[in-house]
Write a protein that binds this ligand. Structure first.
Ligand code: CIR
Length: 255
């Protein structure tokens, strides 16, 4: 069960977020509206939402998932690999919000880099994508911290996707949505893999929140597959965040 969620309202500078897509810049007004709808879907799923103020200095700062790994024992503040995002993790309002919930706070240190969009929790185990943003030193530091608290981690080298959870979503109950390079990956063999087709790959970035699953709007086959597993689906439009490579999971910290 998740009780708490932290989000950050997108700033006007979100239009300059890092992007590898050719879909143009986000519409700020629409991004704000979609963010509000995201928060209300989370509220429907029964969590308390802490909403942080927008920060214009960091165009990608609404993607709070990347700056911390929240576990049931401790929170680990990351050190993002994207230069423009490195100082996001140290933002005071985020640190203060996390301190309200966590007694144990750990930090990833140089030369390690980690963005927690690369980390997927499955029970007490954490799969860590080694990516353009999360390096081996960062992943190893993360595993050492997790082990200190009786948790575990393992490294999954990534080939194509930005972050591990760009192509994977663990929906609890052994169910894993998989897209792209993860469909054939032997790493997740023990889980019940639900394949998301290439034309709906973005739809693999869903989030489980207390028996509800938030699913992005516009991915009907992914949505049907998730409904077929018995979850209560909440559809949220994230078109403006998709333009800057962001999805549903990136927009919140859940714990
Ligand atoms: C970035 O490139 O960092 C942002 N434009 C998107 C971050 C997406 N975050 C995530 O997948 N966890």
């Amino acid at each position: 069960m998740f009780t708490n969620v932290i989000v950050r309202v997108p700033s006007k500078s979100v239009v300059d977020g890092i992007s590898s897509s050719n879909e143009g810049k986000p519409n700020y007004g629409l991004a704000l509206k979609q963010h509000e709808e995201y928060v209300s879907a989370l509220t429907k799923a029964g969590v308390n939402v802490t909403v942080l103020e927008p920060n214009d200095d960091f165009p990608d700062s609404c993607f709070v998932e990347d700056v911390a790994l929240c576990t049931k024992k401790c929170v680990i503040i990351t050190r993002p690999g994207a230069a423009s995002r490195q100082k996001e993790a140290a933002l005071q309002d985020m640190q203060e919000a996390l301190k309200k919930f966590y007694e144990h706070i750990e930090y990833i240190e140089a030369p390690g880099t980690v963005e927690a969009g690369d980390i997927m929790m499955v029970g007490d185990h954490f799969y860590i994508g080694e990516s353009a943003r999360t390096n081996r030193a960062g992943a190893e530091q993360m595993i050492a911290i997790l082990e200190k608290y009786g948790l575990s981690g393992s490294i999954v080298p990534l080939k194509e996707v930005l972050h591990l959870k760009t192509g994977l979503a663990y929906l609890e109950n052994n169910n894993l949505l998989v897209a792209g390079e993860f469909i054939t990956s032997p790493v997740f063999e023990k889980l019940n893999k639900i394949e998301i087709s290439p034309d709906e790959a973005y739809g693999a970035n869903c989030i489980w929140v207390n028996d509800h699953v938030l699913v992005p709007a516009g991915y009907p086959n992914a949505q049907k597959a998730i409904e077929g597993l018995g979850y209560k689906v909440l559809v949220v439009d994230t078109s403006e965040f998709r333009k800057i490579d962001g999805g549903l999971s990136c927009l919140s910290l859940r714990f």
